[in-house]
Design a binder for this molecule. Structure first.
Ligand code: PLP
Length: 265
């Protein structure tokens, strides 16, 4: 990596993390679609076409002997003498890596995890999957130090936006699954999209709108989603139990549905 790579100096780049399950890439198409959206929003040209990129993914997986794990992709605006404004002659720099990794501890799926809540101190374009993740890093560290899996971020209106690397969901008292609409305040998770498809297919009640910390505290169930966390029931928020403090039945059904989806392609 060049010392003057703009990703290194400015966080001027985007990334994707795609799960590899049984040797195949889970939801590759929506990940590529989101990559193109992030690149377009930052006016970074795609480093190569999708067909070539898919070949690079497969070769990277093969050379690293990855059956179950992740592919990490990063595109920065390139290397150029340091100046905040876009350089005239920089070529985007692509990095693709792949590594074996275990799915989250199965105990987390069975018993659920704890979250804390923190103020959302991020910028107003959280819809871009930017490599500039310092607020997310600080939030996750705060969660770890509190013995929690994740930190749910709360905006100025008292609504939960999302976790530091996951999307946030609740199930309301009248059994409606609720998550924030994919606005500029959250990353439109590919896992979120896959879970929404399951919800529609199974005909569960669903409401897409911001929900408050109070609503989350009063929720019957809660859960979070991401490529690496899959779908994990949330059983404690700031130390207080969600519902009866056990993973909710709807969360567990959706988790099963999502795990089947990752294995089905
Ligand atoms: N929200 C944030 C801030 C994230 O960083 C991530 C993933 O890294 C997600 C949500 C979940 O997105 P996905 O389901 O595409 O992994």
């Amino acid at each position: 990596m060049h010392i003057e790579d703009r990703g290194y100096q400015f966080g001027d780049g985007v990334y994707e993390v795609i799960a590899v399950v049984g040797g195949h890439l889970v939801d590759e198409a929506p990940h590529l679609a989101r990559l193109h959206r992030s690149l377009a929003e930052l006016r970074i040209p795609p480093p190569m076409g999708d067909a070539a990129l898919k070949l690079v993914f497969r070769e990277t997986i093969r050379r690293n002997g990855v059956d179950n794990g992740i592919v990490y992709l990063q595109v920065t605006r390139g290397a150029a003498p340091r100046d905040h404004a876009f350089p005239k002659a920089a070529k985007p720099v692509l990095v693709v890596t792949s590594r074996r990794s275990r799915v989250p501890n199965p105990r987390f799926g069975r018993e659920g995890i704890a979250v804390i809540t923190i103020p959302d101190i991020r910028w107003q374009r959280c819809d871009i999957k930017s490599v500039a993740l310092v607020p997310n890093v600080l939030g996750k560290q705060q969660a770890r130090e509190a013995g929690a899996y994740e930190a749910w971020q709360v905006d100025r209106d008292g609504n939960i936006t999302e976790g530091t690397s996951t999307n946030a969901w609740i199930v309301t008292g009248d059994d409606a699954v609720m998550t924030r609409a994919a606005d500029n305040a959250i990353l439109n998770g590919v896992t979120r999209g896959a879970v929404l498809d399951i919800i529609r297919r199974e005909g569960y009640r669903f409401v897409e709108r911001p929900f408050s910390l109070e609503e989350a505290r009063a929720a019957r169930e809660a859960f979070l989603t991401s490529t690496t966390a899959e779908l994990l029931p949330v059983v404690r928020i700031d130390g207080a139990p969600v519902g009866d403090g056990k993973p909710g039945p709807l969360s567990l059904k959706l988790r099963e549905g999502y795990l089947a989806h990752t294995m089905s392609e």
